[in-house]
Structures are given as structure tokens and as C-alpha cells.
Design a protein around this ligand. Structure first.
Ligand SMILES: Nc1nc2c(ncn2[C@@H]2O[C@H](COP(=O)(O)OP(=O)(O)OP(=O)(O)O)[C@@H](O)[C@H]2O)c(=O)[nH]1
Ligand SMILES: [Zn+2]
Length: 175
């Protein structure tokens, strides 16, 4: 790349750049090949049957088209099943990390988080909302800094308007 853009890869500041870039990308895709069962390890029977929502989970992912970052926040909600099976709150954030640290598109990131949670907890409902800014739309190309993309994946009881609205209002409150 350095040669391609007419730079001198042997000049002082650039000498270690290929190695640094390789390390940076390795870190950015460290979720590749990892399975959500590694993360959703603890499932407790707590008898809690109402909504659980962790919002504002920061993430940085890698746009698979341009290999530049898209970053923002994920909001993850579920309604436990009849036996009140819940998981640790941190596990929801770990799940976001696992799926964001790989070449992605935002829609797939959103769907994968919802599907993994549905599989692990067999909950009554799941809702995942992701909002992000894509560097490939701000630093280059169409150049619209500040444009945010919102995606959602909704399963089970969250398909009902009242439940979906309750989830959305919790996500949007006190912003
Ligand atoms: N649906 C979706 N599209 C994305 C995401 N990240 C980037 N893109 C889009 O992927 C598309 C790739 O389009 P191409 O026409 O192949 O590439 P390009 O010529 O670089 O496109 P421009 O960005 O419009 O300059 C662009 O429209 C990007 O905005 C994402 O997470 N979801
Ligand atoms: Zn892109």
C-alpha cells in the first residue's frame, strides 16, 4: 500500500508501519472464528420473567467493503422464558464484542447478536438495536460525517407493538 501511494516504506516513520498495521487489523478481527457459546457460559434460573435491557454498549467494527471502522452503540434486550433463564449482563456486551470484531456489515452484526441470544437463552423475545457511524461514509466516498445508521432485529414477544415500544422508549430515554 505504501509503495502504491508513492510513499517510501524505508523512511524512518514508516519502517515499522506494515507490522503495526498487521497487528492493528489482527486485533480488529479477533472475534473471527470464535463461537458465542464461549461467551454465553453462565445461564442462571432466576425466575425473572420481565425485560432485561443493556443499552449503550460501545463497539468498533470493521466494514467488510473498505476495511475501515464503523463504530457506535448496541442496545440488547430480551425477555426470559417461563423458567426465568437469564445470563450475566456482561455477557451481552461480550457478545457484541465477539461479533463486531470481524469484517462485518451492520445488518449482519445486528442479526447475529439476536440469533445467538435466542439460541442460548430460548427467551420469549429479543430485540437488538445498533446505531453506528461508518467511516467509509464520512472520511471518503459520499462524505457525510455524522450520518448514523440504525438497524434492529426483533424476535418473539418484541414483535408486538406495545413491547417493542417499551423497549425503544427505554433505549431512547435520557439521551
Ligand atoms: N448495507 C450496508 N452497506 C454498507 C455497510 N458498510 C458499508 N456499506 C456500503 O457498501 C457499499 C459498497 O458499495 P460499492 O459501490 O461496492 O463501493 P464504493 O464504490 O466504494 O461505494 P461508495 O461508498 O458509494 O463510494 C457502499 O454503499 C457502502 O456505504 C453496512 O454495514 N451495511
Ligand atoms: Zn465501507
Amino acid at each position: 500500500m505504501l509503495i502504491g501511494i508513492g510513499e517510501d516504506p524505508d523512511r524512518e516513520g514508516l519502517r515499522k508501519t506494515p507490522e503495526r498495521v498487521a497487528r492493528a487489523y489482527r486485533e480488529a478481527v479477533e472475534g473471527l472464528g470464535r463461537d458465542p457459546s464461549e461467551v454465553l457460559t453462565t445461564v442462571f434460573d432466576e425466575g425473572h420473567e420481565e425485560m432485561v435491557l443493556v443499552r449503550d454498549i460501545d463497539f468498533t467494527s470493521l466494514c467488510e467493503h473498505h476495511l475501515v471502522a464503523f463504530a457506535g452503540r448496541a442496545h440488547v434486550a430480551y425477555i426470559p422464558n417461563e423458567s426465568g433463564q437469564i445470563t450475566g449482563l456482561s455477557k451481552l456486551a461480550r457478545l457484541v464484542d465477539l461479533y463486531s470484531r470481524r469484517p462485518q456489515v451492520q445488518e449482519r452484526l445486528t442479526t447475529q447478536i439476536a440469533d445467538a441470544l435466542e439460541q442460548a437463552l430460548s427467551p420469549r423475545g429479543v430485540m437488538v438495536v445498533v446505531e453506528a457511524e461508518h467511516l467509509c461514509m464520512s472520511m471518503r466516498g459520499v462524505r457525510k460525517p455524522g450520518a448514523r445508521t440504525m438497524t434492529s432485529a426483533v424476535r418473539g414477544q418484541f414483535l408486538s407493538t406495545a413491547t417493542r415500544n417499551e423497549g425503544m422508549s427505554l433505549i431512547l430515554s435520557h439521551r
